[in-house]
Design a protein around this ligand. Structure first.
Ligand code: SF4
Length: 477
């Protein structure tokens, strides 16, 4: 191992940052079984690769901490399946990340339960206030105001800012942390670990709790055995139930389940049964994604060769509408296109991405964003370990976004949130009123009934959520 940390990827960035980094993503690329629809970087766990990878992750974390101040309020272990790691390694990794916790803030996710459920934003004035003002971005005429920012290509089983998937609907609840870009949502500590139902044991659950993990996100996907088989999932529905109970026994404060709709053969009834089963388990958060056919996946090949028939758009839209209605009736609030939570249980880490805030990401294929520099690590675990051992940063790519690009991506990401794009926050961050900057996209979307503009915010309407990708794409141009 090299004993001296390499130079940071961008020395200027490193030197300039005075605000600590609050959010950390850790990619653990191992899975017991590979699902045909999955396009995240993952490999089956073999030999001594787990230990070498965890050693490299710890080294990358130390190097990053030597470059940038870390005062973490959220950590997210994704993958892959982090709980595939041998318990001792998983516990060591979790404890090392938790050591960078900012202890000056609220102690746990539970603290948010007492929060004011939210001042409802006024639904005033559907007119586009300021639309006649010429859109003169400050970066084109001096007076540039640059806030922290940038997108993060994440996972589709978690939000994916650069790969937005399903549509969604407007629900006028916005809790305070959703109303502005300022990440007040990170006042409390949140440490999430993704898991597959069959991989949570008393041993690893105990180690994770001891290390400060308070949120488990589980890939349930469906409660219908035939749908699980189609998705190449190896767990049985009963194992989801057992794992949720195990998490509760160990005291995890928040449990999320991922579910997938639009699976060929899935009926409205079978989807509603899965939603109901998840609700009945008493989980706090549900992420509901439409099945996508990503290029390079086995599922995409099956589609191309006619071995799989994609569901009709109308059927998928119906399933999505059922999701919104049934979960609202069950007491869940939709706070993002694909995400539903009991009040106060929104995923704070993912809000960092949707608010386009800086975050550190480590591990093979991990995508991070610090002070306008977006990077992606090599999506190959052996190359990743080699680079770290050789004292290099394991970057596959780096991109510095200009202010206009950041403004557009910030708007696109904010539109995913039920609270929408906060006009005042955007203006204070980028120095231009968004209705002026996005005048064309807004005018078209408003006249199509897809976007609603109030005095405070720009939001997708329910109809807009059904074609959310198209609407958001217009804000990117
Ligand atoms: S969907 Fe999850 S469990 Fe399946 S291969 Fe992808 S990361 Fe692994």
């Amino acid at each position: 191992m090299a004993d001296r940390p390499p130079a940071p990827p961008d020395a200027l960035t490193c030197a300039q940052r005075s605000e600590p980094i609050r959010a950390l993503y850790v990619h653990v690329p191992f899975c017991r079984n590979i699902c045909g629809y999955c396009d995240f970087y993952k490999i089956p766990l073999r030999g001594d690769l787990a230990e070498a990878t965890v050693d490299a992750l710890l080294l990358e974390l130390d190097r990053a901490a030597a470059c940038w101040p870390l005062a973490l309020r959220s950590v997210f272990f994704g993958g892959g399946t982090p709980t595939e790691l041998p318990p001792e390694l998983l516990g060591r990794l979790a404890a090392a990340c938790a050591a960078f916790r900012d202890r000056g803030k609220g102690d746990s996710v539970a603290a948010v339960r007492t929060r004011d459920p939210g001042v409802r934003e006024s639904q005033r004035a559907a007119s586009i206030e300021g639309a006649n003002r010429p859109p003169t971005p400050p970066w084109e005429g001096g007076g540039l105001k640059l806030g922290p920012s940038a997108p993060s290509p994440l996972r589709t089983s978690a939000p994916s800012p650069l790969n937005p998937s399903a549509p969604s609907r407007l629900h006028p609840f916005p809790p305070s942390c959703l109303r502005a870009f300022v990440p007040s949502c990170l006042d409390e500590w949140e440490f999430t670990v993704e898991a597959n139902p069959a991989t949570i044991t008393d041993e690893n659950a105990g180690l994770l709790r001891a290390a400060g993990v308070n949120r488990v996100s589980m890939g349930a996907q469906s409660f219908a055995p035939a749908e699980l088989r189609f998705l190449d999932r190896t767990h049985r529905p009963e194992q989801v139930t057992e794992s949720v109970r195990l998490c509760r026994r160990h005291g995890f404060e928040v449990v999320n389940l991922d579910l997938i709709f639009g699976v060929p053969g899935q009926t409205v009834d079978s989807w509603r049964a899965s939603l109901q089963a998840a609700v009945d388990l008493g989980v706090d958060h549900l992420s509901c994604y439409a099945l996508t056919y990503e290029e390079g996946t086995t599922l995409h090949r099956r589609l191309r060769t006619g071995r799989v028939l994609q569901v009709e758009n109308e059927h998928e839209a119906e399933l999505y509408e059922v999701t919104m209605d049934d979960l609202a009736a069950a007491g869940f609030e939709q706070y993002e296109i694909s995400n539903f939570a009991r009040p106060g249980f929104e995923c704070r880490h993912n809000l960092v991405y949707w608010h386009n805030e800086p975050h550190l990401a480590i591990g093979p294929s991990a995508c991070g964003y610090i002070d306008g520099l977006r990077y992606r690590n090599v999506p190959d675990v052996r190359q990743y370990v080699e680079a770290i051992r050789a004292g290099r940063w394991p970057r596959a790519s780096e991109e510095r976004l200009d202010a206009a690009h950041r403004a557009r991506e910030t708007a696109m990401l904010a539109l995913r949130l039920t609270g929408g794009l906060d006009r005042a926050a955007f203006e204070s961050r980028f120095g231009i009123e968004p209705t002026a900057f996005f005048r064309e996209a807004i005018e078209r979307s408003v006249s199509d009934g897809l976007v609603d503009v109030t005095r405070d915010a720009i939001r997708l309407t329910r109809a807009g959520r059904l074609v959310g990708d198209n609407v958001m794409a217009a804000f990117l141009r």
